[in-house]
Design a protein around this ligand. Structure first.
Ligand code: AMP
Length: 399
């Protein structure tokens, strides 16, 4: 599986369209809390500028669902990009409207133009052909460097590729690095291989869990998703997050783990709170004793110790999803302790997902992680062995 290389394109003096993933996390004041995704895109952008290109950048941010909502404007991204590139970055006021079409047409070489949030257009997520065509008409070359969204068959990721032949499209450096890294991780992991999986819902990660089972030696579950498993095991989980329609699936996963000899770890204690709030009264309780109407919002200290012991002998760790509601200090300790442990480990450590990457950066251990992926969902789908829809059109076809 080889990708169309950016360096094979004849870009000299041309106009290029780069699909980036600038979907960065923001804090409560609207500041960018982790700009890794923006920093990671700089290599490809600078390469194109070095080739004397005019550069059009496009990304989504959040879920504005086809509405022009100011909160989701890419203006803060344009400002950060400007600092990182040390050059002026224009921001169009729309995506494929009058302003964007005019500016892309007139864009001179060595200039960078960022389109407004792609998801201001409802057609982006429905892979609308008209939108793909308009976006494609802006440039002579298409480059996908948006690993984090390459598992989505969206207009700017998938539909657009058919308007460019193989000598006019390629994977950016970030996309290529991510794909190559995960290919190695799937085909040749150093064992024992452990996955730490957290986050809010089982539903988002169900398929990934099922597909990870035959590949890993141990799985450690945290976050809100743990409670669906605990409920299925007969525990009273109070008012914790649960997906009742997935109880049976949860049982199947636990059965399959047993069959395959995969060690399946669940929290043995949790930090329970009276309500979902940063100032809620909270206490440490065992998984067996979550009071009625209380909700588990983090893993407890005994779970942290247990998980550390289980992780002691592993050689490869993949971590996707926080262990608790890490955005609130009170419920961030479990994630923070696991982050420190993973960072200190001599194993190859891989962190995937916007939230988990944000978390390790907030805690300040990001430099100690072997590889931080810019895509959570995308990396999980790669581990499932899938070819991502945004990547498939960029593969060099066997002759
Ligand atoms: P995901 O997008 O599925 O990776 O989930 C990340 C989110 O899960 C974060 O915003 C966390 O606040 C949230 N989360 C983690 N643990 C819990 C929990 N025990 N209850 C509710 N939400 C949680």
């Amino acid at each position: 599986m080889e990708l169309l290389h950016l360096k094979s394109l004849d870009l000299k003096d041309k106009k290029v369209f780069i699909r980036c993933d600038f979907n960065v996390p923001m804090d409560e004041f609207g500041n960018i809390s982790d700009d890794r995704r923006i920093r990671s895109a700089v290599t490809t952008i600078n390469y194109c500028l070095d080739q004397d290109c005019a550069v059009i950048l496009a990304s989504h941010l959040g879920r504005p669902q086809g509405q022009m909502i100011e909160k989701y404007s890419l203006a803060p991204v344009a400002r950060r990009l400007q600092q990182l590139l040390k050059r002026h970055v224009e921001l169009a006021s729309d995506v494929v409207g009058k302003d964007a079409m005019k500016r892309t047409k007139e864009l001179p070489r060595h200039e960078v133009l960022l389109l407004e949030n792609l998801r201001y257009e409802a057609g982006e997520t429905t892979n609308d052909e008209k939108l793909s065509k308009k976006l494609a008409s802006m440039a002579e070359f298409y480059i996908n460097d948006a690993f984090g969204v390459s598992h989505r068959a969206h207009s700017s990721v998938y539909g657009i590729t058919k308007f460019f032949d193989d000598s006019h499209k390629a994977a950016g450096f970030l996309l290529e690095r991510e794909i190559n890294f995960f290919a190695k991780l799937i085909n040749d992991p150093v064992r024992p291989f452990a996955a730490i999986v957290g986050g809010s819902k089982v539903s988002g990660k169900l398929e990934a869990l099922v597909n990870l089972l035959p590949k890993v030696d141990k799985i450690f579950i945290g976050g809100g998703m743990a409670f669906t498993f605990l409920k299925q095991m007969g525990y009273n989980i109070g008012a914790s997050l649960v997906e009742d329609d997935l109880l049976e699936e949860a049982q199947k996963i636990m059965d399959e783990a047993k069959k395959l000899g995969v060690k399946f770890y669940l929290p043995v204690d949790v930090i329970a709170a009276e309500k979902f709030a940063a100032n809620a009264v909270s206490k440490i309780v065992t998984a067996q004793e979550i009071p009625d109407n209380w909700m588990g919002l983090d893993i407890g200290p005994a779970t942290v110790r247990l998980y550390r012991e289980g992780l002691n002998d592993v050689q490869t760790i993949l971590w996707n999803g926080p262990m608790g509601v890490y955005e609130m200090d009170k419920f961030a300790r479990g994630s923070s302790k696991i982050a420190h442990y993973v960072a200190d480990s001599y194993a190859t450590t891989v962190v995937g997902g916007g939230d988990t990457a944000d978390l390790v950066q907030r805690i300040g251990v990001d430099e100690e992680i072997s590889f931080i992926s810019t895509g959570g969902g995308a990396s999980l789908e790669l581990l499932e062995g899938k070819v991502l829809p945004g990547v498939e059109p960029l593969l060099i076809k066997e002759r």
